[in-house]
Write a protein that binds this ligand. Structure first.
Ligand code: FMN
Length: 336
């Protein structure tokens, strides 16, 4: 482990996070254009992905370090979750390390500066013109105080504000830390929400910038629920899914001192489950639809497992925290 990585892991988790974002943001200021690592190139949502390894949502919630993160070599970087209005998230402590499991538990609760602040950041990135070929995803959420019946309006506000900066949007209905959010993954509420969002995307597309749409799903779904979600995503002409978000299950970390902390578990304990969910969606979705696999990818072997399960591209978060920037190159090179 390099000294910076050791230092970060010695700090309390949120302090380390703020320090990492500040450092990555500073790294972005260095001059020159920024390109992804060369890897197994593929087409992705109407664009070319230089390598299939992306940064998952939640690390750069406010798009403060896009250039520095892109410098790490990712094929794509997803920012957010961003909500229409700024909100503080849950009280601290809300992020816990379980190093024995190379895992994290978080209940951040969509702490973010709001969509207007993100638009200003992304505007700087785009006008700067230094981001060459790294694709940029924007992950959208709803404010905690917005009732589920009005959730679609929050996602639409996000799209309207940010569509000119995003290569794709992720509609996030799977955070376990916004009360009731995951209920929107099912039945009539899902159908209505996806339909309304798609309608707005088509209207934006007719004006020249309707970014593709992915739905981010939880790992805590039955086979039947996966099939129902796949049916709606297809019917509403979404472009694909991101599987998965963090899990509520504690089976794999039972007995750990933080195991009973509320929130979502990520990292190594999730690999098997995220591979299963990716495989279930691959089975249930038309071949043409994109699947981004995420959850517990911490080596080239894990990456290959998720690709074999049917993912078209990958994202990482927790392994980036534990292993630092070198994990990006390790994975890209191992699956070239
Ligand atoms: C501290 C933390 C914050 C997160 N915040 C978000 C978020 O805002 N939006 C989101 O869609 N996913 C969020 N996630 C989930 C990750 O994007 C990812 O889906 C999950 O952690 C599984 O991948 P991993 O095992 O590689 O970490 C967060 C994860 C962590 C650990």
């Amino acid at each position: 482990m390099n000294p910076i990585q050791s230092l970060l892991l010695a700090l309390p988790p949120e302090t380390a996070h703020s320090f990492a974002i500040a450092s990555l943001s500073a790294a972005g200021v260095l001059p020159g254009s920024i390109t992804p690592l060369a890897g197994a190139q593929r087409s992705f949502l109407g664009n070319v992905l230089q390598n299939p390894v992306g940064l998952a949502a939640g690390l750069d919630k406010n798009a403060e370090a896009v250039l520095g993160l892109a410098r790490c070599g990712f094929g794509f970087v997803e920012v957010g979750t961003v909500t229409p209005l700024a909100q503080p998230g849950n009280p601290k402590p809300r992020l816990f390390r379980l190093p024995e499991h190379r895992a994290l538990i978080n209940r951040m609760g969509f702490n973010n500066h709001g969509m207007e602040a993100m638009a200003a950041k992304l505007h700087q990135v785009r006008v700067g013109g230094r981001l060459k070929d790294t694709l940029l995803g924007v992950n959208l959420g709803k404010n905690k105080n917005t009732p589920n019946e009005e959730a679609a309006a929050d996602y639409i506000k996000g799209m309207e504000c940010l569509h000119s900066y995003a290569d794709y949007f992720t509609i996030n209905l799977s955070s376990p830390n916004t009360p009731g959010l995951r209920q929107l993954q099912h039945g009539e509420p899902l159908k209505e929400l996806l339909g309304t969002v798609k309608e707005r995307q088509l209207a934006l597309a007719s004006q020249g910038s309707g970014a593709p749409l992915l739905l981010k799903v939880a790992p805590d779904l039955s086979q039947e629920e996966v099939e129902q979600i796949a049916e709606q995503v297809t019917a509403c002409e979404f472009d694909g899914v991101i599987a998965t978000n963090t899990t509520l299950s504690r089976e794999t970390v039972a007995g750990h001192k933080y195991a009973e902390e509320a929130g979502g578990l990520s990292g190594d304990p999730l690999t098997g489950r995220s591979a299963e969910v990716v495989a279930q969606f691959r089975q249930a979705l038309p071949k043409s639809m994109t699947i981004v696999g995420v959850g517990g990818i911490s080596s080239g072997e894990d990456a290959q497992t998720i690709l074999n399960a049917g993912a078209d591209a990958l994202q990482i978060y927790t392994s980036f925290i534990y292993q630092g920037t070198k994990i990006v190159r390790n994975i890209v090179e191992s699956i070239r």
